[in-house]
Design a protein. Structure first.
Length: 249
């Protein structure tokens, strides 16, 4: 059990609350495998993963992390069996409908990035409701990447820039990294400093491609439902012990 408000300790080291990563991105992989290994349907793994999400988010909020972005559903996930996709959407809808109760008192603000137009009307309505109802909160920003793909995001940004150039609102010679970043879904967010991926896979899977140019990656073989507060603590301590040079010496 962690005592929030104190520095967490692990193997003689502790989290420096003054050097927390502002933005942590998470690829919560392994829900299906977690369930299969237990002889359960994959949907049971997704439900267990959703429950664990709440624990990790509350822990990060109490630590003082400002942004946590979860790769909840990618543009490629539509290729999964319809039964699994439906189960994921149902879980997401359930989470959003109960978010006020589940996160009551946490002061957490919920945001969504991605193209939500392909989601059901009911889900789109619930997304807009919970984003609106939590926008005044000043705690951690919990960001869900839904129907999100890094390449798709970049293509959309290029299309918007092309339209602005065509419309005479932007000159080609004025296009720079800042111009591009302002047209991404994450335009109002800092780039992630730490990206965590569970289940032993070591790839970005089309997640925050532009934004993660200088992100520190941290991997664990643990499946997402088994990822604990101690694992998050270990990831943050490891991040704080790295020498981030950003191309310099």
């Amino acid at each position: 059990m962690f005592l929030f408000g104190r520095k967490s300790k692990r193997k003689g080291k502790e989290i420096d609350k003054n050097r927390l990563p502002v933005h942590i991105a998470i690829i919560p992989d392994g829900n299906g495998r977690w369930a299969t290994r237990r002889g359960m349907p994959r949907s049971a793994g997704h439900r267990e993963g959703a429950n664990n999400l709440k624990n990790i988010v509350k822990y990060c909020n109490n630590l003082g992390v400002t942004y946590v972005t979860f790769y909840a559903f990618s543009t490629e996930n539509w290729s999964r069996p319809k039964e699994e996709v439906d189960a994921l959407m149902s879980l997401l809808l359930e989470f959003l409908k109960n978010a006020d109760k589940e996160l009551e008192g946490s002061n957490i603000r919920i945001k969504v990035i991605g193209d939500i137009s392909r989601l059901s009307k009911e889900l789109q309505t619930e997304i807009k409701r919970v984003v609106e109802s939590t926008k005044v909160n000043t705690g951690l920003n919990l960001v869900f990447a839904l129907n999100y793909g890094g390449r798709d995001e970049i293509v959309n940004a290029v299309r918007r820039i092309a339209q602005d150039v065509q419309g005479g609102r932007l000159r080609p010679e004025d296009i720079d990294e800042e111009t591009f970043s302002r047209r991404l879904y994450t335009s109002e967010m800092p780039d992630p400093e730490l990206l965590i991926r569970t289940s032993g896979e070591k790839r970005s899977s089309n997640f925050l491609l532009w934004q993660s140019a200088y992100t520190e990656f941290w991997y664990t073989d643990k499946l997402w439902p088994d990822f604990t507060e101690k694992d998050m603590e270990e990831a943050i301590i490891d991040f704080q012990n790295r020498n981030r040079r950003f191309g310099g010496i």
